[in-house]
Design a binder for this molecule. Structure first.
Ligand code: SAH
Ligand code: SF4
Length: 396
């Protein structure tokens, strides 16, 4: 254990029981759904089969009304409606960028809001989902980090973002229709608001539902979880979720990373690299993505590029390095590195034998780009001065 004070997570997850006493079936694992059905009168012997049927209606066909579940007896459907709801976050606003990126502001229980971004590309469509309202961490370059955390999202609210996007893309198949192979929503990235590994169980349950072959059925290789480096949860991510991993690396010395990604004070670069080197599923086809935000004059020198490669090579981590041009937000204490600088940095990495794609900035005109998300609720915004002080810029 590090002698330094741990970064705590004083967060709440709402209970699953809704005010009117009904239970939301969305977000329950199969076992939990089965138990909930039994608790509300489904005979134990039938419960497994009923779970399978209801599961398909919800996650394969996108139904929200028990009356539509036509392979269940009418009386049973009424009984379900008395005890349960099928509820997902409500879309408050939807903005569409010039480049086709869609940003949704969704309202969840308690009146809180989270942002979800859909990014269409030629060969895929990626949904960037949130795991928390705000974030307990305070990375100095991230807009979400300036928003005080309100709470963890429930599993229902996390998988509900995927269901909401499928609604908007009109991508639920109709019963009996052939399965559509080319999906508009083909990938999920947990790169929206929040630190997913500080909400592990809910993220895991939600992603398990998204992967379930009798439902949304996305391959684990099409789901990427991004973490700032919650070291003790990294091995668990491989074991219990099995998705791909991205790390918000962003700096090559502890001194700089302590400022940019403060969780580094709890688990430093060396501890993080060791955890990555032993990520159980690591293989060359499942490389770990190192995310690296390009901040002018802060972390973008040639020496940084060489140090980055050295870290990865020293630990023999199958990796690709995703360079992210910094996206500005009001009051941000940094500037984006020049295109030439980013290209030079990318080139050093490429020459060392690693893929070094530069992330295309999407949806900037609607503040939907990486790190720009921040819901308007709870404007417990820190002052510009406070942000600068935390980033160490006031001492320059
Ligand atoms: N909390 C998780 C996931 C959300 S952030 C994490 O930190 O990994 C998703 C990615 O966007 C992270 O790599 C994050 O560092 C990056 N990011 C945050 N603010 C940014 C900004 N202003 N410009 C570009 N990327 C940013
Ligand atoms: Fe939280 Fe990730 Fe933003 Fe850091 S970069 S403040 S961990 S959302």
């Amino acid at each position: 254990m590090s002698p330094k004070a741990p970064i705590t997570q004083d967060v709440l997850t709402l209970p699953r029981k809704l005010p009117e006493g009904k239970v939301n079936l969305v977000g329950l694992t199969r076992d939990q759904m089965r138990a909930a059905l039994i608790e509300h009168g489904t005979p134990e012997k039938q419960a497994k089969m009923r779970t399978g049927q209801i599961w398909q209606w919800i996650y394969q066909w996108g139904k929200r009304d028990f009356a539509d579940m036509t392979n269940l007896a009418k009386a049973y459907r009424a009984q379900l409606a008395e005890n349960f709801v099928i509820e997902i976050p409500e879309v408050v606003t939807r903005q569409v960028s010039e480049d086709g990126t869609r940003k949704y502001l969704c309202r969840i229980a308690g009146g809180h809001e989270v942002e979800v971004v859909y990014i269409p590309e030629d060969d895929r469509g990626t949904l960037c989902i949130s795991s928390q309202v705000g974030c307990t961490l305070t990375c100095s370059f991230c807009h979400t980090g300036t928003q005080k955390l309100v709470r963890n999202l429930t599993a229902a609210e996390i998988v509900g973002q995927v269901m909401m996007a499928r609604d908007d893309l009109d991508e639920w198949p109709t019963p009996g229709a052939p399965k559509d192979e080319t999906r508009l929503l083909s990938n999920i990235v947990l790169m929206g608001m929040g630190e997913p590994l500080y909400n592990f169980e809910n993220v895991r349950d939600a992603m398990k539902i998204a992967m379930d072959p009798e439902g949304i059925s996305l391959s684990r290789r099409r789901i990427t979880l991004s973490t700032s480096g919650v070291v003790p949860e990294i091995a668990r991510t491989a074991e219990e979720i099995g998705c791909l991993l991205a790390i918000s690396f962003h700096a090559t010395t502890d001194q700089t990373r302590d400022v940019l990604v403060p969780i580094n004070k709890r688990w430093n670069i060396e501890e993080l690299l060791q955890a990555l080197a032993s990520y159980p599923k690591v293989s060359n086809s499942e490389r770990i993505t190192f995310e690296y935000v390009m901040l002018d004059g802060v972390n973008d020198s040639d020496a940084d590029a060489h140090r980055l490669i050295d870290h990865i090579k020293r630990h023999k981590i199958p990796a690709k390095i995703n360079l992210i041009p910094f996206n500005e937000w009001p009051g941000a204490p940094y500037k984006r590195s020049s295109n030439n600088r980013i290209r030079a940095f990318a080139n050093i990495i490429y020459q060392a034998g690693y893929a070094s794609p530069i992330r295309k900035t999407r949806g900037e005109d609607i503040m939907a780009a990486c790190g720009q998300l921040k819901s308007a609720t709870e404007r417990a915004r820190k002052s510009r001065k406070q942000i600068a002080a935390e980033a160490g810029l006031d001492r320059q």
